[in-house]
Design a protein around this ligand. Sequence first.
Ligand code: NAD
Length: 495
Amino acid sequence: MTQNTFATTYLDTGTIAHLPDRHFIGGSWVEGSSGEKMQSFDPGLATPFGEFALGTAADMDKAIGVAEKGAAHWRGVKPAERCRILNEVARVLRANAERLAFLECVDSGKTLAEAEGDVAGSARLFEYYAGAADKLDGRSVNLGSSHTAFTMREPVGVTGHIIPWNYPTSTFARGVAPALAAGCSVVAKPAETTPYTALVMAALLSEAGVPDGVVNVVTGLGSQAGAAMVSDPRVKQLTFTGSVGTGVAVAQAAAPNVTRLTLELGGKSPLIAFEDCDVAAAIDGAFWAIFSNAGQICSAGSRLLVHRNIRDEVLEGLVARARAIQVGHGLRNPDMGAINSDLHLARIQSHLDSAKARGCDILTGGNATTDPATGKGWFFEPTIIADLASDDPAVQQEIFGPVLSVQVFDSEEDAVRLANGTEFGLVAGVYTRDVGRAMRMASALDCGQVTINDYWAGGVELPFGGNGKSGYGREKGWEGLDAYTKVKSITLSNT
Ligand code: NAD
């Protein structure tokens, strides 16, 4: 059982103290203009546990107006002071890690261990970008002796962040930390099923010294509060994480204002196990690549490409581990938590129903289930579908659940063709002992990140983003600052 004190109270009483039910605008809790609320559900129990404000276009208009003033103030704050405040944010987030991880777990359905990792990663994002705040220098450019020339990196102004439900805390931090380091202000709209951690984090940022109006959060529906944000010309950069369809709608809404845009969309990332790989490591890598966060990860390794000669051994190992997975309420820290909403659970089930109707070979899983301890909640069995053709919908479409599609290959060329054979291009994992092959694959794979012999290798320091329909722009790393800065070139005649 967990040591988290918030969790113990919640599991005993079913209640959560101090759950914010208003927007956070200008450093204060602000009632929504309509007064309407939405219910929030605990996916591990499929029961409501709180209410939050259903934001309107008027609420978003107010937040963006406040953020414009915030941007004007924050860009004038000395970089060294921004650095100090962002380091303080990291400290305050760590001091509140227990509460944040608890809220993230109940709101999203993930396990407490996963939520704790997300909170730690979020603190680390603020720390990393604190170190960047006072290093955003321009450069001196040589135009010859007739002129002096240099560049400056300036903040873009108000930035809008549309947050998804699978990583609410860390996606908030991933966009907000570099935006603040660069001197921008923020308006964030969390997903309608996971509103709380963004609200609590905004309040904690304020406590850490981020001035009023610099970080604002409006909750509500994507089609209302979200749509009002992405079409507003006062927002100068939009950072969107979510589905391809919504990403396209956001790009269309942003186009008339020529608003800068970072799109982090879905994926159908391959994990490629060659004949010469460490088979145990490949099984372990493939297992965590798809079953972490119940597969609700844009960069999940949702396609296993396995060499024909090791196919049986790899699948035998994977199926045994998948069948042993304990699902359950995230607060009890099982192997795998819940699916975030009943709507999404139904989407996953419909993918599997179609696969069954097509006669696909489902080696294990394939159905929705419940927490065995309570008989409640929105869960999906760990699922493996074998020997799929490259044009099968289970290979081409993002299912965004604990569902692994398996394809068999015979040669390196075959593996490259299959790996690059979807419209996505986020991550690819390669398992091989042959260094030359690993490097050839790294160059041939069309995606934003190639990991060799450790699927989840990475960190705050490493840029992340996709090719093709996985989106454009990069987050994290030094490259993550580009979206929030504009380069200005300045020349001076020396005559
Ligand atoms: P979605 O893309 O509709 O929602 C993501 C965010 O966009 C939410 O905050 C939502 O409120 C907001 N949004 C929706 N419509 C908007 C609009 N018109 N303008 C501005 N913001 C808007 O995703 P979903 O419906 O929650 O999930 C559907 C699919 O999205 C999933 O099956 C999965 O494939 C994918 N998804 C991907 C990621 C990722 O990390 N890339 C995250 C969540 C969902």
